[in-house]
Structures are given as structure tokens and as C-alpha cells.
Design a protein around this ligand. Structure first.
Ligand code: C2E
Ligand code: CA
Ligand code: CA
Length: 713
């Protein structure tokens, strides 16, 4: 790509070239051009045309003056003569001079125009009195020459001699210019038969003082019979050149506009557009499009500079990492537009809460960073607020989680500062109270532990240490086992059987979550097939799946083939999903997957019913089977009338759309009685059994079905 400078230089050079060209064109070639065009348009020969036109153009009536004797200069010569003359200046006067009557003095005379000549040369006193201006001829004034012959053919005034012949006074009074011709010049022209230009400065005072004389020999029968002299005004040259400059500049401008105007305009607009694009690209590269504040890129560039400054000043700084609580849910429930509004509002609040010198950036998603150049634990702005979502809909409750690390106390460089603030943020999110957390070195080991956990759990999956445990779901009416839920357990070689509470952080890793789903499905299907062949009446088994499972290519097929391939029947496998998993941005894909599984005969159950946002709005979109009321509502159902009312409402809601109701976390007989009375169909909980290993399932079924762990009522 050509640089702007080169382009501009080229443009300038072109303009200068046109300017110079125009000047030249405007002078020497103008007449040529005119004549040539005339010749062209009239279809006549160029040379002949010039012959006919030039005398007229120059104001010379050659034909009438020649008397057949004068040989007009050839067209070629005339052309060049004309351009010479015009190149020099304005034609002021044209004379025919008898080469034999040139003068060698500074006294000018006039000859009469044809028909008016009295044949008597008159001494021109006026000119004599002015001749003081001449410097060239002064010394020759004493030896004035003689005009031998009057050139009667000439009807122009022309210079004659200082003796004997005088032009009429009338001509002089008319202000015509009279200049003596230098003998030497005349002789050399006659001899050479070539034209010549002489610049002179000996004009009379009231005439333009600087002239050029252009002589041309008029030849007849090989003899120079006259000298054609054209006086060209050089003094007005200044004016002429100025005018020329004006018209030249105008021409240039016109030409530039015409020939370069469009490309130039295009170039200028393009470069303007380019500048705008560059500016925009720079802005986009450094700003978050949605909120208009700095982005991660810009933060990574400016924050180290700010820290360096603090370091040099022996100052301090604080980095706040800010995260919006439940942002995913806000997005899922209120829509992306509301999510955007929340992000913008948070950006605005952060911007106004901190100084203009502080760096406020959106690092991505719902994560913001604020770097202030002082050590502080004061977050500076309210961490919760409400935002009207849209006309008529309920307000969005927004709360922020903050982790902070101080420079140089907690870290003396940006990467460490970010890492430590992130640990603090993680800690803040983990705690029930949330809020602002200040970095503590102990958090580092938590983080390390988390990393170690992920590594260990991955190994555990590979070593087949992850196994399904099964918890029964019992009919509230009959007290018989109807089905099981498969729950993951880590059979740790040293620590024994570990529940998800120990490893749930590892499940935040999508890859691990996906592998777990694979393992659980496979092992559950194997166990089920074993029970089937052993005639164990397990009913069906539900496995917990997440988005990671459902979007894994082949998951549904795997599940279906696992059923149809073995001895398992339709309906032996159930899938448990949470609302949070299904009703996110990927809703349509996930619902389609569930429908596919439902069509293949799998039951679909909605887990943790009542805890999500979308219970009411989305429940009808699910393939119809069961909803499991979360154990958090069952826990207080006996004592707490609110919990009771909630369970009642959830039961009514589930029933109204034809779902089977499951009460989870039933531990006591009172709870069992109550949930039965409230209308739950199935009960799951420690009252009947904790999750047990696959091998214990047959015995458990027998125990529950036969030992009468029944309702009290
Ligand atoms: P969940 O799906 O809601 O599972 C029910 C949890 O409640 C189980 O905990 C179960 O042991 C527990 N529970 C059952 N009855 C009672 C009771 O009467 N009292 C009390 N206090 N708790 C009871 P668990 O097995 O620790 O599982 C916890 C969570 O881990 C599960 O919640 C589920 O979200 C997740 N999880 C477990 N297994 C898997 C799995 O294979 N895949 C996935 N993706 N998640 C799993
Ligand atoms: Ca579950
Ligand atoms: Ca649950």
C-alpha cells in the first residue's frame, strides 16, 4: 500500500506539472494551437492556413502591402515567429522597415500610412527630446544615418531615419511608439535573412519602457526588401504575467478539479474514511463495544504502566475484580437485552464511583476490573441495586461480588495482582455472604487445592474410581420402590467413598463434567442390565445430566442404544435435568435433545423444582414426566407454614400440567405423611435410604418393600 505522503507528493507534482504546462501552453503554443485547430476545423492545410491567417492575426496586411514584390515569410517561419513574439509579450506595434533606410541614431521618424503620405520625412522633435532615455544609441546620435528610400508600401508607422524623412506629427500625437533601429541589427538581419529578437530599454517616457523588437526579413527575389518589426511590450509583461498567473492558476485549478478533482476527492474521502476507520479500529481495540469502557486489551496495556508509576513514586495501588452475581440467570430469565442493560449500568456505576484517573475496564463476560492508585479496601460504590428490566416486567435485582488485591503488599506485578484478586473474588463468590473479599495468602492454597482436585478427579475417572450409587424413590401411596436415582461417588483409594460435595468444584470443568456423564451412563446401564437379568424389580434409574452431556454428540443415541441393545426396556432409563441447565441460551437445542430421548422412551424429570427462575414460565415446554420438589422446601415443610405453602403451590402447579410429583430429602415420617397429604406421588430421602452401591440395590428393594417403612398415617 502506498503511503499517504507518497500519494500526496504525487498529487502535488502532477499539479505543478499542469501549472507549468499551462504557463507554457498559455504563451508560446497558444497561437499554434489556435491556428492548428482552425486549420483542422476548416480542413485546410496547416501551413497554408498560417500563411493566410498570421498576417491578419498580427495585424499586417501583407498582401496589400506587398505589391507583388514582398515575399511573405514561409508559413513555417511565420509560425515560429509568431510563437516567438507571443512568447515574449504583447504586440504593441508592427512596422515594415526599408532595410536601406534604417537609422543608426536614436531619432525616430514616421512615415505616412499609404495614401496619406506626403512623401516628406518630418523631423520628430518630440522623439528627439525624449531620447535621453536611450543609453544604447546616445553615443551614436551624432552620426545619424540617412533614410534613402521611403517605404511607401508600408501603411504602418515605422521607424525611418533621423535625417530627411519625418513621420507626420499626427502619428506621433496619437502616441505611437517610435524607436530607432540599430544599424548593426538591421544589417545582420538583412545579411542572415533570419529573424532576431532584441530587447531594448530605450522607449520614450510615456510609453512602456521595456520592449522587445522582433525583426523578420521580408524577402523578395532573394533580397531582403523589408524588415518586419514587431514591437513587443515587455513592461506590461509584469501585468501580463500576473494575469497569466491568475489565469494559469485558474486553469490549473480547473484542470486539477476536472482531472484530479474526482480522484483527489476520492483520495481525500478515502483517507478521511481510512482515518475514521483507523480511529474506530483503535477505539474498538481498546474499548468494550457494549459499555464503552476500556476492554481487557486496554487494561493489559495501561495497568502495568500505572503500576510502574506507583512503583517509581513509592506509592501503592489496589485492584478490584468485580463479578455480577447470577449473571447467567439474569440473562436467561430476563433476556439478553436485560443482561446488556445490567452490564452497562454496572460500567456506569463503576465509572462514576471511581476517579477519572482510575482504570475501569470490562475484562469480559460479567467481569470488571478497577485499578486505583492508592491502597484501599473501600469499594466505593453500592454493591446491590435494582434495575427496571423493561416496561411492565419486574425489576432486575443486581448484586456484585468483589475481590481485591493491593499493590505492592499482595503482589508487585500485574499478573500476580490479577491472580490474587481473582482468588479473593472466587472466595467471595463461594461464601454465603458474598460481598467484598480482600486477598489473603491462604486463598492461594485453596486455589492450588482446586487445581489439584481437578487433576485428581480426572485420574479417578480414568481409573474407574467414580461409581454410581443409587437412592430409591418410593411410592408415597404404597411404600414400594418405584425407581432409583444414580448419584456419583468417588471411591477414593485412601479417603473412602466421597460424595459430590467433595468434588463438585471439579465438575465446573466442562470436560470433566462430560466425562463423568459418560461414565455414569455406562455404569448405570451395566448395573441395570445386571439387575434385569437377576430379576431385581428396580423400576427405572434416573441419571443426572447437564448441558455438557446433552450437547455431547451422540449422547442421546448412546443412551437409547444402551437401552435397545441390551435387555433393557423402554422407560428403564430416566434423565434428570435442572431448570438452570435447560432454560439457558441453548434452550432450543437442549429441549430438542430431551424430546429425542423422550421419544425413545426415556423419562424426563425436572430436578430441584422451585429453586430456579423459570418454573412457571417454562415448565410446560418440557417433555411431560416428573418434577422433583427440591429438598430445601421439604426440610422445613412440617414446621414452616411458608415452606408448606410453597410445596403445596409447587404440587398444584406440577399437577395442573400433568407431571408426577416427587418430594426429595424426606428424612422423617412426619415429612413423609405431610408430602403425601400435600399430593406428592413419590418420595426420595434418607427416611428410606441414603444412596447405596449398586450391589446393595437388590437387598435395599427387598428391605423397603417388605419391612414396612410406611407412612405413619
Ligand atoms: P441432586 O441431583 O439434587 O441429588 C440429590 C442429593 O440429595 C444427593 O446428594 C442425595 O444424596 C441428597 N439427598 C437425598 N436424600 C436426602 C435427605 O433425605 N437428606 C439430605 N440432606 N440429602 C439427601 P449427593 O449425592 O451428594 O449429590 C449432590 C448433587 O451432586 C446432586 O444433587 C447432583 O446435582 C450432583 N450429582 C450427583 N451425582 C451426579 C452425576 O452423576 N452427575 C451430575 N452431573 N451431577 C451429579
Ligand atoms: Ca438429581
Ligand atoms: Ca435435587
Amino acid at each position: 500500500m502506498m503511503s499517504n505522503k507518497i500519494k500526496l507528493t504525487m498529487l502535488l507534482l502532477a499539479a505543478v506539472a499542469i501549472f507549468v504546462g499551462t504557463l507554457h501552453f498559455g504563451t508560446s503554443t497558444a497561437l499554434h494551437w489556435l491556428l492548428k485547430n482552425e486549420a483542422k476545423s476548416t480542413g485546410t492545410d496547416w501551413a497554408r492556413h498560417i500563411e493566410a491567417r498570421l498576417p491578419e492575426l498580427l495585424g499586417i496586411d501583407v498582401a496589400s502591402g506587398s505589391n507583388g514584390k514582398i515575399q511573405v515569410p514561409t508559413a513555417k517561419n511565420f509560425g515560429s515567429l509568431a510563437s516567438d513574439i507571443l512568447a515574449v509579450g504583447n504586440i504593441y506595434q508592427i512596422d515594415f522597415i526599408n532595410p536601406n533606410c534604417y537609422c543608426d541614431a536614436s531619432i525616430g521618424t514616421y512615415l505616412n500610412p499609404p495614401g496619406k503620405s506626403d512623401g516628406q520625412p518630418i523631423k520628430n522633435e518630440q522623439n528627439i527630446s525624449r531620447r535621453g532615455r536611450s543609453h544604447e544609441f546616445d553615443h551614436q546620435a551624432s552620426k545619424a544615418g540617412v533614410l534613402h528610400e521611403q517605404p511607401s508600401q508600408a501603411h504602418f508607422t515605422h521607424v525611418a531615419s533621423n535625417h530627411g524623412y519625418h513621420a507626420p506629427m499626427a502619428a506621433s500625437e496619437a502616441g505611437d511608439l517610435k524607436l530607432p533601429i540599430d544599424r548593426g541589427i538591421a544589417e545582420s538581419i538583412v545579411a542572415s535573412k533570419k529573424h532576431d529578437i532584441v530587447i531594448r530599454t530605450d522607449a520614450p517616457a510615456n510609453q512602456p519602457s521595456v520592449f522587445a523588437e522582433v525583426f523578420y526579413p521580408v524577402i523578395s527575389e532573394g533580397e531582403t526588401v523589408y524588415l518586419l518589426r514587431v514591437l513587443v511590450d515587455l513592461q506590461n509583461q509584469a501585468v501580463r504575467y500576473r494575469n497569466l498567473l491568475y489565469s494559469g492558476t485558474l486553469g490549473v485549478l480547473l484542470l486539477v478539479i476536472l482531472s484530479f478533482g474526482y480522484p483527489a476527492k476520492k483520495y481525500l474521502t478515502t483517507s478521511k474514511r481510512q482515518k475514521e476507520t483507523d480511529r474506530r479500529a483503535h477505539f474498538l481495540a481498546n474499548h468494550d463495544v457494549l459499555t464503552g469502557i476500556s476492554n481487557r486489551n486496554s487494561f493489559q496495556e495501561t495497568a502495568p504502566v500505572r503500576l510502574d508509576r506507583s512503583r517509581n513514586d513509592d506509592g501503592s495501588a489496589t485492584l478490584f475484580l468485580v463479578d455480577i452475581d447470577n449473571f447467567k440467570e439474569i440473562n436467561d430469565y430476563h433476556g439478553h437485552h436485560a443482561g446488556d442493560l445490567v452490564l452497562k449500568e454496572v460500567a456506569t456505576r463503576l465509572k462514576s464511583a471511581f476517579g477519572s484517573d482510575d482504570i475501569v475496564a470490562r475484562l469480559g463476560g460479567d467481569e470488571f476490573a478497577v485499578l486505583v492508585d492508592r491502597e484501599t479496601v473501600d469499594f466505593g460504590t453500592g454493591r446491590s441495586f435494582e434495575l427496571p428490566a423493561s416496561e411492565g416486567s419486574q425489576n432486575i435485582a443486581v448484586s456484585l461480588c468483589v475481590g481485591l488485591a493491593r499493590f505492592p503488599r499482595d503482589a508487585d506485578n500485574l499478573p500476580d495482582l490479577l491472580r490474587n484478586a481473582d482468588l479473593a473474588l472466587y472466595d467471595a463468590k463461594k461464601s454465603a455472604s458474598r460481598g467484598v473479599r480482600v486477598y489473603d495468602p491462604a486463598m492461594g492454597s485453596d486455589f492450588e487445592n482446586r487445581l489439584q482436585l481437578v487433576r485428581d478427579f480426572r485420574t479417578a475417572l480414568e481409573r474407574s474410581e467414580i461409581v454410581p450409587y443409587y437412592q430409591p424413590l418410593v411410592s408415597a401411596k404404597t411404600g414400594h420402590v418405584e425407581s432409583f436415582e444414580a448419584l456419583a461417588r468417588w471411591n477414593h483409594p485412601e479417603r473412602g467413598i466421597l460424595s459430590p460435595a467433595v468434588f463438585h468444584e471439579a465438575l465446573e470443568d466442562r470436560d470433566i463434567c462430560e466425562q463423568l456423564g459418560r461414565v455414569m451412563l455406562k455404569k448405570a446401564l451395566t448395573d441395570m442390565a445386571g439387575w434385569k437379568s437377576a430379576g431385581v424389580p428396580f423400576g427405572s434409574v434416573a441419571i443426572n445430566v447437564t448441558e455438557a452431556d446433552l450437547t455431547r454428540p451422540g449422547f442421546a443415541l448412546e443412551a437409547i442404544n444402551g437401552l435397545s441393545g441390551g435387555k433393557l426396556a423402554r422407560g428403564d432409563l430416566a434423565i434428570e435435568v435442572t431448570e438452570g441447565c435447560i432454560f439457558g441460551s441453548n434452550k432450543d437445542v437442549l429441549l430438542a435433545k430431551l424430546q429425542e430421548l423422550r421419544n425413545a422412551g426415556c423419562n424426563i424429570g425436572l430436578d430441584d423444582f422451585g429453586t430456579g427462575y423459570s418454573s412457571i414460565t417454562h415448565i410446560k415446554e418440557l417433555p411431560r414426566t416428573s418434577v422433583k420438589i427440591d429438598k430445601s422446601f421439604i426440610k422445613g415443610v412440617v414446621e414452616d407454614s411458608v415452606d408448606q405453602a410453597i410445596v403445596q403451590a409447587l404440587v398444584d402447579l406440577g399437577r395442573s400440567v400433568g407431571f408426577k410429583l416427587i418430594a426429595e430429602g424426606v428424612e422423617t415420617v412426619e415429612q413423609l405423611d405431610l408430602v403425601h397429604d400435600l399430593g406428592c406421588n413419590l418420595v426420595q430421602g434418607y427416611y428410606y435410604s441414603k444412596p447405596v452401591a449398586g450391589a446393595e440395590v437388590p437387598g435395599l428393594i427387598a428391605r423397603i418393600n417388605n419391612t414396612g417403612l410406611k407412612r405413619a398415617s
